[in-house]
Write a protein that binds this ligand. Structure first.
Ligand SMILES: Cc1cc2nc3c(=O)[nH]c(=O)nc-3n(C[C@H](O)[C@H](O)[C@H](O)COP(=O)(O)O)c2cc1C
Length: 291
């Protein structure tokens, strides 16, 4: 893998919409190309770091270089890497403001430095400081960056490794559970639908079949939660809420309104509204962050 850093200058004033367009396209493309990185926009220039397989990065760089929205494209560093610095981001983004750097040692004079022209050791050092600063800031903000294996304390690292292993065992068990649930669907279909004449089918038997399908879907959602956790070290809160919504939806689908009390229905409705509201807020928060 390689990590490549370049500098460029916008050809015209860049609006929020321009930035949104660049980021949307970048995140979509980069995810499919296995490329991660970070884009910084200072108002006068872009700094972008791209990391991934050598061919993928080089091809993308050729494309980006010819983008008419910027000029003075200068690669300032291209190095081989074993692990990614920006693994969590298909394209992290930060609009760098003077206030962000006012009190940062080594970077408080960033906006007074002229980055145009040829690349020198000093410029490279400054840019590396800048990108590292925002990478660390973003990591700090990511309160879910838990179970880190980059902990300084060896004992904590050991505990984190153990818990990660536990999560992997959970994923394996969950895979078996999903297969078990699929088997259950087959058995339920056989008992409820196939072995009795079609005219004797009643509503509760059909609902029973629906319920067994929903259980498989919930099991798959939980499995995805666990695997996302393994890959990204973050609890996918939105996904957890979505799973809870699906579990409640399953209950609602199989409601037999002759058997459930009014309070039960009202309680379920409140739960759905609460979870729905929570999902909406998370979605909004996610949008604000990715903006
Ligand atoms: C500063 C800057 C950074 C960009 N970064 C990326 C990037 O990381 N990934 C990407 O696919 N496109 C990026 N683009 C956009 C590409 O130059 C190009 O418009 C886009 O990849 C075209 O995608 P398409 O062929 O799918 O339309 C960037 C553009 C600019 C101006």
């Amino acid at each position: 893998m390689i990590q490549l850093t370049y500098l460029s200058t916008p050809t015209r004033p860049i609006s929020n919409d321009d930035l949104m367009n660049i980021l949307e396209k970048a995140r979509l493309n980069n995810a499919s190309l296995g490329i991660s990185g970070m884009l910084l926009y200072t108002g006068e220039g872009f700094v972008q770091i791209l990391e991934g397989e050598e061919n993928a990065v080089d091809n993308l760089v050729k494309l980006i270089k010819n983008d008419p929205r910027h000029k003075d494209f200068r690669i300032i560093e291209r190095k081989k890497i074993d692990t990614r610095d920006y693994a969590e981001w298909t394209m992290g983004f930060k609009r760098v403001e003077k206030d962000d750097l006012r009190n940062v040692p080594g970077l408080n004079k960033f906006f007074e430095t002229d980055l145009a022209g040829s690349v020198s050791e000093d410029k490279l050092d400054l840019i590396n400081k800048l990108t590292n600063h925002f990478r660390k800031e973003a990591k700090k903000k990511n309160v879910h960056d838990e179970l880190s294996l980059e902990e300084d304390d060896a004992f904590i690292r050991f505990l984190h490794t153990g818990i990660r292993l536990g999560v992997k065992v959970l994923a394996l068990l969950m895979m078996l559970t999903v297969l078990w649930c699929v088997g259950d669907v087959v058995v339920v279909i056989y008992h409820e639908l196939l072995i009795q004449p079609i005219e004797t089918l009643d509503k509760s038997e059909i609902l029973h079949v629906f319920g067994s399908f929903m259980i498989v879907l919930i099991a798959v959602e939980i499995f995805i939660n666990i695997t996302l956790y393994i890959r990204n070290d973050v609890i996918p809160v939105k996904m957890v809420v979505a799973t809870a919504l699906m579990a409640v939806a399953r209950k609602i689908i199989v409601f037999d309104f002759h058997d459930v009390s009014a309070m039960h229905v009202i309680g379920t409705a409140l739960l759905v509204m609460g979870l729905g509201g929570c999902y909406w807020l998370l979605e909004r928060e996610f949008k604000v962050h990715s903006d």
